[in-house]
Ligand binder design. Sequence first.
Ligand code: ZN
Length: 270
Amino acid sequence: MAVIGAFRIKKRYILGLTVFGILAFQIVQTALVWWGEKNITAMSYVLANKIIVVDPGHGGRDPGKIGVSGVAEKEINLEVSKRLATVLGQMGATVIMTREEDIDLSDNSTTGWKSKKQQDLTRRTELANGKNADLFISVHCNAYTSPREHGAQVFSQPGSEDSKRLAECIQSEMTGILKNTTRKAKQVDYFALRKTKMPATIVEIGFITNHKEEEMLRDSLYQSKVAWSIAAGIIKYYSDTPKDQEELDEVSKEMIKTFQQQPGHFIPAP
Ligand SMILES: [Zn+2]
């Protein structure tokens, strides 16, 4: 009898533990789903009606800078840009990439490196202007004669206050998330920034002339982290604009629902 009693208690104990386990699991699951939905809603809300052009620098016959291991800048730019486009798409933005493969946008018939480069850059900016994009984000890697130089840095066109604030928002998120740059956002006159009509930045995601940073930039996990930090900066930019907040308040719940079910779509480059 004593043995059976002990067994019964054990059985009840096991049953109780199992029920508790299932309940705890359910509660955690529900909380995670709720937390995720809450965040997706918040993020979609901010980017739902935005068209963002993501521009992977260089491509095709233009490799950009060459890293210490021999990697071409154009390859890293494309990997990070693809990740950035995906993240922004998931957040509800309509993303347009200037290139999705290893090409430049100049015509085959155009000859001479300078003319080809000019045509390539002009087409990128014309694409953004033609689509009435809300933002233009160009992704590049930096290089310098000294291998010591490192850290991401974001550039904007002198005289454009919106671009300046966008660059500062991205710089601050990259600094906070990547924790390996002390650089400040800077205003520099670049062709692509001058020709685009919307807030625009060139994001130099790091130095491929620095051994450690180049190795990180070739790592796919770090590439995702970089993409997330840029996206976080864009979210910060929109969250901080009071005018935009008013505009956002008018976005109907139906629209958010649509974007949640169909998170952003991809328009391929021409
Ligand atoms: Zn570049």
